[in-house]
Design a protein around this ligand. Sequence first.
Ligand code: HEM
Length: 459
Amino acid sequence: MPRTDASEEGAQPRVPRLIALHALAASIDFERYFRWRRAHEGDPFYVRFPGFGAALFTGTAEGAREMFQAPVEFLEPPRPNPIEPLVGAASLILTSGERHRQDRALLAPAFHGARIREYGEIIRDSTLREMSGETGPTWQPGARIDSRAAARAITLRVILAAVFGVDSHERRVEYTAGVAELLASFSGPLMLVPALRHGLLGHAPWDRFIVARDRLDRLIRADIARRRQGVDAPSSDILGMLLSTRYDDGTAPTDDELCEQLRTLLVAGHETTATTLVWGLFHLHRAPEALERLRMELREAGPGMRPIELAGLPYLDAVCQETLRLHPPVPIILRRLTGPCTLRGVALAPGDTMGVAVPLLHSDPDVWSDAARFDPDRFVERKYRPFEFAPFGGGHRRCVGAALADYELRIALATILGRVRLRLGPRYAHGPAPVSVPHNIATGPHRSIPFDVLSDLSH
Ligand code: HEM
């Protein structure tokens, strides 16, 4: 399909001035908003965020390649950053340069190869416990399941076990409430409009956010202190690992830095995966052939299959990838420039910001045919380049938890489908899919997607 590319025609893309309107559109439905901009202005195009300035966006594989392969020394996270209050300045998401490289080197081993395989049983167990009614309704015939609540409970449990080694009911309840409160208090307006970040005698949204953040930090700091005092046995979880690592100069992260890094993992590591699990269940239950094919693959694999083997099943893999293609939970990937760079023919200077609009990348007609359709086969038939399919971003900042998220999605989905037959709630069985809206750090369906449990397959 021909593309009208303003830069190719020699014209600079226009920087929009209607800040409020654009912000409103962005907080409603990023996917639609990006499609609208591409249709009107071609690629690349500017988007202006109130309080954060404008960013030049691309939604093409070529543009994504340019951004992900730009010289690392010229790239840093956007500043000011909409999620800074949530994750903190020491968060891996926000550091840059040598500090980022070293922090990544500390964290990355926790999310690689053998370490990830250790989490397999945790993921299966977390899914089964949720289904047995530990925090929500028991998944028995006749029950109605709020998929978002259930998926969040599963993924939060996994991250709590993996990061803090939390296995006691009381601590999990405290953390679950703490994380939920923090995320609920960090609303879209607080994220997008820095002017709202002021207290008002304890009654402003900002006040509520600070209270929630302090409460979660108290839990995290108590865990750090216990470990430092050797109260809990030294452990192979991520906190244990972080406490024993050192930077290149021999110093260790301070408690404040550790707290923000751990808060980041809690926040970044569960909502994204939970949302994807919900979308996966949603699409499978609207595509009976795909669902049956996946069930057959799982039946042939047998109930005793180990998590590591499950994760290698080709159709299960294709279903998860197709879900991430259609609904990338992080729809915007940004880089601020500290040196000159060119994006799709537009020259950018230090201080400028560029970005990949992932929903556009994942529906680029040059790469994806019939892009709006849920079709896992496209991932069975071919492999896509990292610039064509980038739900986890790319380059030196590609999601550090990607392998855990991939593993988790496959095992949780397989565990659920191996145990029960579900039916989509009546509102969504047919008709348009819910739109994806920003929730906090990730986007997700704008309203809850309920499922009815039809039968229990475990007997
Ligand atoms: C389906 C699930 C997930 C998706 C779609 C996702 C997506 C992303 C994306 C798009 C980025 C930005 C990459 C870039 O700037 O190029 C990112 C960064 C990050 N993610 Fe994830 N993520 C997921 C799960 C996780 C999990 C499970 C964890 C941790 C346990 C995690 C931790 C992080 C961290 C710490 C960063 C910052 C990396 C850096 O700047 O070096 N994410 N993620």
